[in-house]
Design a protein around this ligand. Structure first.
Ligand code: DHB
Ligand code: FE
Length: 260
């Protein structure tokens, strides 16, 4: 039987050749013997079978890709998308001058947080009607739809900036997050005697016409894990004070989007 004609993809060939070449030189440099090679393949197999491949890749590689893309260019620094984003979060609406309220359980534990943001373009104009997607973990440090008992879209939602590019969202303070330690990613951390912690963070994704989608995170500036985030996602311009207002916390940050 004749092989079906496939469309040659030059970019795939280029990248795949480099991938194989560099894995081979990694084996050379690490002087992997055959037994170690087999252990490596088995470990990679477990990484895939446990569903931890995105976790491992995001912890150890995603920041590297982001840094090489953006560090030199103006605009808010992106940070990790991470493995815990899911599509289909609820649209959150609010009366004028009222905060958006992120989806949460009626008895959601945690300190109430009002987070205020402004979104503008690198040219200085405020951006109205920007789609803001937000997700974060709960006080058990778990993400809905993954390691949590909460409903699928708990502490997830999207809303739009107002005519001045502003938004205010009411939620709870996120919690420092230990990446799972009982699988092949954690096993790796154990050998390296690395802790599994990420500082507390809000995940945000901004989509605006004519602009590059901005995927980033916001961190309380007093978190104990800021300086040694296991996934290296912290950037100085993503830190902000979570100010104690008695009944609640208040934090804010401005975001600047790059043009396409
Ligand atoms: C990773 C990113 C996160 O935001 C998180 O909460 C956990 C893990 C990661 O990069 O794998
Ligand atoms: Fe996260």
């Amino acid at each position: 039987m004749q092989k079906e004609a496939t469309k040659k993809n030059e970019r795939v060939v280029e990248v795949f050749d480099l991938f194989v070449k560099h894995i081979q030189s990694f084996f050379d440099e690490a002087k992997l013997n055959h037994e170690e090679y087999t252990n490596f393949v088995n470990w990679a197999d477990r990484l895939g079978k446990t569903g931890e491949l995105p976790l491992f890749a995001d912890v150890f590689l995603e920041t590297h890709v982001l840094r090489s893309m953006y560090t030199e260019t103006p605009g808010t620094q992106p940070s990790l998308l991470g493995p815990y984003f899911i599509e289909g979060s609820p649209l959150i609406e609010a009366e004028a001058d009222q905060p958006f309220v992120l989806t949460q359980r009626p008895d959601e534990a945690g300190e109430i947080l009002y987070f205020k943001g402004n979104v503008s373009s690198v040219d200085g104009h405020p951006l109205s009607n920007v789609k803001v997607e937000m997700w974060h973990n709960d006080t058990d440090a778990t993400y809905s739809a993954f390691d949590s008992v909460a409903p699928r879209y708990n502490l997830r939602g999207h809303f739009y900036t107002d005519e001045n590019g502003d938004f205010v969202v009411k939620t709870i303070k996120p919690t420092p997050y230990p990446i799972p330690t009982n699988g092949p990613t954690g096993e790796f951390l154990e050998y390296a005697e690395m802790h599994p912690m990420r500082p507390a963070h809000l995940h945000l994704m901004f989509e605006a016409e004519g602009h590059e989608t901005l995927i980033t995170q916001v961190f309380p500036d007093d978190d104990e894990w800021l300086e040694n985030d296991v996934a290296d996602g912290v950037r100085l311009d993503l830190l902000t004070k979570f100010e104690d207002k008695g009944e609640y916390l208040e934090a804010s940050l401005n975001f600047v989007m790059r043009k396409k």
